[in-house]
Design a protein around this ligand. Structure first.
Ligand code: GDP
Length: 367
């Protein structure tokens, strides 16, 4: 519960003194530690020094829906931007059970052993409903979660996919400024979230399983077209041959796609996240791609396109929020919707009326 009187801006009566807490009956119950409030420059300084506690708190501000948090968050992001952009960003997707967490754990440890610093972020628009995201959960990445060089953060639960994705995109900036040179963005391969991830990474990795022989069924064409690498997991024990067969099928299917804009031909590899087989080859493939696209200019081109995309996303998001939270709009929207449903006015007239109402009530203080 928030207490407005604790806010330094609050002008009303203040609670000067409360009563002393009674001693707890449970001696093991730790009192919640009051978080230190940092100033914007303390945040930025801490992030640039690679202080994980401060980084985490800054990410919490990025994820917060509160106006005052957002304001500080945006200031921090702006100051961190000049120090960002130097990492390799990899999107990882796959259906539940494909082995994302096992693979990220193995892949991540491989990178950490090579001296890299890794941030694992996630995009899961369903996390609002399920109250807590499974993706990016530390307990799913046992080895990585013990590493100082790894920063693991579950999906923000902002509701709409656009909102969740934007927060993750902003978190990337903070992680990069904190010295993380590799960023994983994990998502479940079930819907639109791939497109969001694709719009913020350099390399898009699709985890697949060898199945019943009809591997290509059920994979959205769009997702395969986005992939720069398809990796078939669980190529171990009795499953090796099946995985190899699946790899061949994927390679054949990829030949049918038009050549990608990057000029890169997506590769298909088999590996085992659980038994740590073939992990080095995946990283080699990513390295090869980065080198290839840096040479032909696509790497920068794509990052510029993404920057543009996020500018428009951000504009759209802000406008939408302002519109739907405008008191005049909020008051009228239900009635206008009713008129549309009763065929009293057309959808288009209704939309125009609502927009006009919004425009004539922009930033008017509530009376
Ligand atoms: P996620 O839902 O995509 O994150 O998948 P998990 O990483 O949780 O893996 C799902 C299940 O597959 C778990 O029981 C893992 O132990 C198992 N698994 C993951 N990778 C491998 C692998 O390389 N080989 C085998 N045999 N099993 C694996």
């Amino acid at each position: 519960m928030e207490h407005p009187e604790n806010d330094s801006q609050y002008k009303g009566l203040k609670v000067n003194q409360g009563i002393v807490d009674a001693p707890t009956v449970n001696p093991y119950l730790k009192k919640r530690v009051q978080r230190k409030r940092y100033t914007t420059s303390e945040f930025v300084e801490g992030i640039l020094k690679g202080n994980i506690t401060i980084l985490s708190q800054a990410v919490t501000l990025v994820e917060s829906a509160r106006q005052e948090h957002q304001q500080v968050a945006q200031e921090i992001i702006e100051k961190c931007l000049p120090h960002a952009g130097k990492s390799i960003r990899i999107g990882i997707t796959g259906v539940p059970g494909a082995g994302k967490s096992t693979s990220i754990d193995a892949f991540g440890m491989h990178l950490i052993n090579k001296g890299r610093k890794l941030a694992v972020l996630a995009i899961d628009p369903s996390s609002e409903r399920s109250k807590g995201s499974i993706l990016g959960d530390k307990t799913r990445m046992e080895a990585l979660s013990k590493e100082k060089s790894a920063f693991i953060r579950p999906s923000p639960s902002a509701g709409s996919l656009g909102g969740v994705a934007r927060k993750t995109r902003e978190t990337i900036v903070l992680c990069e400024a904190a010295g993380f040179d590799t960023i994983f963005v994990e998502t479940v391969g079930v819907g639109q979230s791939e497109t969001a991830v694709h719009s913020m990474v350099d390399f898009f990795l699709l985890i697949q399983l060898a199945g019943t022989g009809d591997e290509l069924q059920g994979i959205k064409r769009g997702i395969m077209e986005m992939a720069d690498g398809i990796i078939i997991n669980k190529a171990d024990g009795d499953n090796i041959e099946k995985a190899k067969l699946a790899a061949t099928q994927f390679r054949n299917a990829l030949h049918l796609f038009p050549p990608s804009e990057s000029g890169w031909s997506p590769k298909v590899l088999t590996y085992s996240g659980y038994y740590n087989i073939g992990i080095k080859e995946i990283w080699d493939m990513v390295g090869e791609y980065i080198e290839f696209t840096q040479k032909n200019g696509y790497f920068n081109h794509k990052r510029n396109e993404q920057a543009k995309y996020w500018m428009y996303e951000s504009i759209n998001d802000t406008l939408r929020n302002k519109f739907y939270h405008n008191p005049a709009v909020e008051r009228q929207l239900g009635e206008t919707e009713r008129q549309v449903l009763n065929n009293e006015i057309s959808s288009f007239v209704a939309a125009k009326r609502m927009i006009d109402l919004f425009l004539s009530n922009i930033d008017k203080p509530e009376i």
